[in-house]
Design a protein around this ligand. Sequence first.
Ligand SMILES: Cc1ncc(COP(=O)(O)O)c(C=O)c1O
Length: 433
Amino acid sequence: MSQLAILGGDPVRKKGFAPWPQYKPSDLDRIRQTVESRHWGGFPYPTPLATEFCKAFADLHGARYALPIVNGTVSLTVSLQACGVNFGDEVIVPAYTWDGTATAVLAMGAVPVFVDIDPDTYCLDVEAARRAITPRTKAIIPVHLAMRFTDMDALMALAREHKLKVIEDCAHAHGGAYKGRGAGAIGDIGSFSLQESKLMTSGEGGLLTTNSLEHYEALQTVINCGRASLTDEYGRRMIGLNYRMTDLQVALLVGQLEMLPELRTLRAQRAALLTSLLNGVPSVRTLPAQPEITQPTHYTYVFQYRPQPGTPAPHRDLFVAAIAAEGIPCDGRFYEAVYKSDLFHATPDNCAQLKSDYSTVSCPVSERAAYEESVWFFQFCLIGEEEDVRDLARAVEKVSSNLELLAKQDPSLAGVKAMGRAQRARFERTKNY
Ligand SMILES: Cc1ncc(COP(=O)(O)O)c(C=O)c1O
């Protein structure tokens, strides 16, 4: 095996991966038509173009309704508002997710209650959620993280038993399905992000899905400055701001949705190949298959770094840095345990709804995933040539066969270990994508 690139050897890969986002000439035509139509905004809400697009998006997920919105964070706040979550109410969220899942709860004056994740899916542990329920709990936000789902049957049963609302954070799950039910069509409301790294994107943006007319109307009202919804059967009057998506963004999304099924299939095939190549590599554990997922979708490919106990091995961050040096885009600290994250500034001083800060919270599985174990590959590595995936596996295998050597290196090499987000962003830019 040749010398590790991080130690001066030749990298496994010297060229980039598939570009992201993807677009087709027809997208440019559609954008041009929208520009020429001189109708660029999002009013009246939803616009005719958005209505047509949302029908197709809802159909793909088996949901009755869908609505566009400015991003996948505000889609969570308006979902909480539509579900009647009020100041001081508690909302259960997984500790291992993007910070926005929890800060959206804070923004609504509610209290995010962190619960741990399942070690095999990295998604919300339903039994941990059960233990976290109090008389103040109003909602649960499961996150369908990376390439797996929470046990949605158990979660929905728990929620119905305690009369809690379920808002699915589907920021990673466009086009996915669990036991034949589409992401975002299982709980009360589904919230999708369309930020640039996501499986469909309009640069920024978000989508909401629901099967409930009452929620559909409430969401429209909150997104559209408090105006009555188009049907207004429930007549709910709520404070609303302007969270409308522009038609220029919708014009981009039409093509994104058309591409989704084909890319989804390709990613699933490549992910299966990658799993078969990684199985058997020392120090690597692939996530067990989840047969309940009837339509896989991969926002990222995640596996676990599990060096043999008792044998010398570098920290996960150095393992990841060594893979990155082989020319492979990857990440370890993709997410933090949110309550420890340097973006989570919640204290009783700046959030009046909090009675204490989060310094005593402990979710060990989330912390292990965030700081010791998880390795994330980006989805664009799964949509190019089959050889791309073989390079991912070659790089992991190369680094895994050199763990002892890597563990002996000058600890300054492990500088990445203690990196915060800002430092890491600088480190990311130096990678050869
Ligand atoms: C799990 C999760 N929830 C919410 C969001 C927020 O979405 P947005 O960036 O569109 O506001 C993201 C996006 O990064 C996410 O990954």
